[in-house]
Ligand binder design. Structure first.
Ligand code: C2O
Ligand code: CU
Length: 456
């Protein structure tokens, strides 16, 4: 059996449900309780790390399972000493449910709660995290994976869900400074301890000769990964919650914070054979997790897998589309800002020359006002030598072209801008409200690389 099932079961302790809310119709789903907690967890050999944050009280935030087209409800209960909210990264929710403080909802203060309810329109792998004081709250643990199931999904022999992230810990296993200004002005401050599902290289059993659906979410605040699978035939079947138009082998595929990958892996036939998921970026490649073949071979063939069903994302009309130009730049200015909601007090970055840390009580003007139902193309240019995983809330876009690489016409919510790259992202503005657009390297987000668009 899958070890992920055991993990989901264990962390399910915090995933209790309460009775129906007073006044809710019987058809409403039971809300999942997501209660913030400060716990100790074993992240390093030297012992327990204090001040780890989670939802529930037993290790990693639970993997939330939803069904495409079926209502979902969650009650965020804030039991830590810091205001918080939840953002459902990549899930196309109504604006009021999007979790951005000030822009769409009030803070959820200590002791308060907030009820989220929405129906996920898309199947795939998504994730959830706070949108307030994010460097600290996410850095200390508040990042969880969401799986939206589709009853029409092809049948796999097992599924493994992996939450990839780092921790900035000292030799004694305790948190050290999350943030160094000189790093924030470059690639961001890296963690010191790397984990998959809060463990070092966990191993999961999977049937020999079987097909595994591996879902991984990069929920780290800084790190970009280059994925490779060794020891088995593997194909990327979905990225960022949407099926890829053409499957391909994950040969050092670059994905940044906020992005997700779904792989079909054909396990080797011999019992005991090991398959590894690796990050081959940089000089020190890292085995993230392994799969071990068990039992006698199921003799499945990866080519027999039918394609995943495409999500109901409206097709952008390129002949009628209005263009929105966005330039990502570094700024020489350093405008001091207050530290509300965790802005870092620096402005190293800007979108269209405006540095904004986001989530503040006095938002800057929107980048653009879009007409509901209109087609748009974002022409985005990275004027910096760093990479920026740019995330749009509330709507999915199609990757139309890039100046530096060949791209598939993928549907996504987070695009990893390479140094000096220009891209075109097309979408239909079909979700009314104010939608954040920001870099998901959290230090970049919180030191200026944030803005929003308004759909009316
Ligand atoms: Cu994953 Cu604005 O966030
Ligand atoms: Cu960035």
């Amino acid at each position: 059996l899958l070890k992920t099932a055991a993990i989901a079961g264990a962390s399910g302790v915090g995933l209790s449900t309460i009775g129906k809310f007073a006044g809710w119709a019987a058809a409403k789903p039971e809300p999942v309780i997501l209660q913030t907690a400060r716990i100790q967890a074993k992240l390093m050999d030297v012992g327990q790390t204090r001040n780890v944050l989670t939802y529930g009280n037993a290790g990693m935030p639970p993997v939330l399972r939803m069904k495409k087209g079926e209502p979902f409800a969650a009650r965020l209960v804030n039991a830590i000493d810091d205001p918080t909210t939840i953002h459902w990264h990549g899930v196309r929710v109504p604006n009021k449910m999007d979790g951005v403080p000030f822009l769409v909802q009030p803070y959820v203060y200590t002791g308060d709660h907030f009820d989220y309810a929405f129906t996920p329109p898309d199947a795939g792998t998504f994730w959830y995290h706070p949108h307030c004081n994010t460097l600290t709250q996410m850095g200390h643990g508040l990042t969880g994976v969401i799986v939206v199931e589709n009853p029409g999904d092809p049948k796999f022999d097992s599924e493994v869900v992996i939450n990839l992230r780092d921790w900035r810990l000292g030799d004694d296993g305790q948190f050290i400074d999350q943030f160094r200004p000189r790093d924030a002005a470059k690639t961001g401050t890296y963690g010191t301890v790397r984990t998959a599902n809060w463990q070092d290289q966990p191993q999961y059993d999977a049937p020999a000769g079987g097909l595994v659906r591996l879902r991984a979410a990069i929920t780290d605040v800084t790190r970009i990964y280059a994925f490779r699978v060794e020891g088995a035939e593997a194909a990327v079947i979905a990225l960022d919650g949407n099926p890829v138009p053409q499957r391909f082998a994950p040969d050092a595929l670059l994905l940044g914070p906020g992005q997700r990958i779904e792989l079909a892996i054909r396990m080797p036939d011999e019992e005991g054979a090991i398959v590894s998921l690796r990050d081959v970026r940089g000089t020190r490649p890292k085995v993230l997790a392994t799969l071990r073949a068990t039992g006698s071979s199921l003799k499945r063939d990866i080519r027999d897998l039918p394609p995943l069903e495409v999500n109901p994302v409206q097709e952008v009309d390129l002949t009628a589309a209005r263009h929105i130009s966005l330039a990502l730049s570094a700024t020489a200015e350093n405008i001091p800002s207050d530290s509300i909601c965790g802005s870092l007090g620096y402005s190293f970055w800007a979108i269209n020359k405006v540095p904004w840390s986001g989530d503040t009580p006095d938002p800057t003007a929107p980048l653009a006002e879009l007409k509901l139902g209109g087609s748009y193309v974002i022409d985005m240019e990275n004027l910096t030598p760093q990479s920026h995983p740019m995330h749009l809330h509330g709507m999915s876009f199609k990757v139309l072209s890039s100046s530096t690489r060949q791209v598939q016409p993928m549907i996504s919510d987070t695009y990893l801008m390479q140094p000096n790259e220009k891209v075109q992202l097309g979408f239909v503005a079909d979700n009314p409200g104010d939608w954040l657009l920001h870099c998901h390297v959290i230090e970049h987000q919180k030191s200026g690389m944030t803005s929003y668009i308004r759909v009316v």
